[in-house]
Design a protein around this ligand. Structure first.
Ligand code: CTP
Length: 403
């Protein structure tokens, strides 16, 4: 959710403590988060908690003096791309259903102009009461979204429905609301991880690629509605849940798998760190230690990206480049020689490159630079790459045809 503006409204229930984690997860997903608290919410968790976690001051007063000319309730509802009320108490749900605007939180709901999500949390009898049911129905009829509460032990000691949805679930709902359908019906082929080139039955040449970027891209493409196929070499993290995943080992195996899958794909994202060289000869038995110097002759592998048949111009091909130094000229050269539509350039550094959790990239198109990021999580990198792809004319057209 890189750069998305999410307004969290915390109302007064014990589940407010879970909203601290929700704030953290939203921020971690790349969203810009601002928090509004009701007076009752502040009895459960302090504004300072949310200020620290969101990195923004908490708004709580409808009548606070402002340095800016806008009135705060309007300013916040104009700013927000999504509003999440978590926890949403029975009282706040009732006020929102009626359109009462007697504090900053309720006024923000009435003046909202973006999708609003309510995550109710209350005692099971309150949740089951006819008035709450009626209010929830009203909210849904008004086009608000309700993230249904779970069942189980409630803070009041009773059991039943009324437990606020888990913060992770709420983030998933908000995230998919942004991505919904952009890549509907688009087949995305992603390669990732490293390859291993055997020297003998126990030794190989490889690199430090972890597979994290490719997996983040595959997961993000799935979230946006694509049909995702993943071909990956050895990796350090488990692959995400996609439509098809296949593990290969050597560059030659990856080349065969990609050649077979490419004709069906609309987008190829070649994030795998494929070995450029492989031993000319593989020793059948384990190489024995001796006194002499041993040399291994390496031959170049097939350049998968460059060798694919790209005559179908409706396909979109994305390559990656990892270099010591950033150079627009080199990046554009690589984009052309490999026949890519886009090239994602990343530099080797302490917080960027292979085994890290973060990265910083520059994305090039056929006419030059399109986007760049500071050092951010690989999930955010994935989001920026897919933001570029969903804007591609060919993809927009195919996605519209297939919706
Ligand atoms: N790649 C590929 N087949 C290979 C090697 C690399 O398809 N045998 C792909 C990678 O998946 C990546 C892109 O090519 O998308 C760039 O890889 P890189 O190693 O930077 O490119 P090289 O052409 O090997 O460039 P260099 O000579 O700078 O190492």
């Amino acid at each position: 959710m890189f750069g998305k503006r999410v307004l969290l409204i915390v109302t007064g229930g014990i589940a407010a403590y879970k909203s601290a984690l929700l704030t953290r997860l939203l921020v971690r997903s790349g969203a810009e988060v601002r928090v509004v608290m009701t007076e009752a919410a502040k009895r459960f968790v302090t504004p300072l908690t949310f200020e620290v976690l969101s990195g923004n001051p908490v708004a709580d007063d409808l009548f606070a003096p402002h340095t800016e000319p806008e009135i705060e309730h309007i300013e916040l509802s104009v700013w927000a791309e999504r509003i999440v009320v978590a926890p949403a108490t029975a009282d706040f749900i009732a006020k929102s259903a009626l359109g009462i605007a007697d504090d900053l939180a309720s006024t923000t709901i009435v003046s909202s102009r973006c999708p609003v999500y309510f995550a109710p949390a209350m005692n099971q009898a309150m949740w089951r009461s006819p008035t709450t049911k009626r209010n929830i129905e009203t909210l849904k009829r008004d086009g608000r979204f309700v993230i249904e509460p779970g069942s189980g032990d409630l803070a009041c000691g009773e059991e039943g429905p009324g437990r606020m949805a888990e913060p992770g679930e709420i983030v998933d709902v908000i995230e998919s609301s942004f991505g919904r359908g952009e890549l509907q019906g688009i087949r995305v082929l992603v390669t990732g991880g490293r390859t291993e080139e055997e020297i003998d039955p126990v030794r190989y040449i490889s690199n430090r690629s972890s597979g994290k970027t490719a997996f983040a891209i595959a997961a993000e493409a799935k979230r946006r509605g694509a049909v995702v196929e993943l071909i990956h070499g050895p990796v350090d993290v488990p692959p995400p849940d996609v439509d098809a995943a296949r593990e290969v080992r050597s560059a030659a195996q990856m080349a065969r798998a990609v050649k077979r899958a490419f004709p069906k794909a609309d987008i190829l994202i070649m994030a795998a760190a494929v070995a450029d060289f492989t031993p000319e000869r593989k020793s059948r038995g384990k190489m024995k230690r001796g006194e002499e110097v041993v040399s291994i002759r390496l031959k170049p592998t097939t350049d998968i990206l460059a060798s694919l048949n790209k005559s179908d111009k409706t396909k979109v091909v994305v390559g990656f480049a990892l270099e010591d130094e950033e150079s627009d000229r080199k990046a554009m050269e690589k984009l052309k020689t490999k026949g890519c539509d886009y090239l994602v350039f990343n530099r080797i550094g302490p917080d960027t490159g292979f085994s890290t959790d973060t990265n910083s990239v520059v994305i090039y198109g056929r006419r030059g630079r399109i986007a760049s990021t500071p050092i951010v999580s690989k999930r955010e990198i994935a989001s920026v790459i897919l933001d570029v792809l969903v804007k591609d004319k060919r993809i927009r057209q195919k996605s519209n045809e297939r919706k």
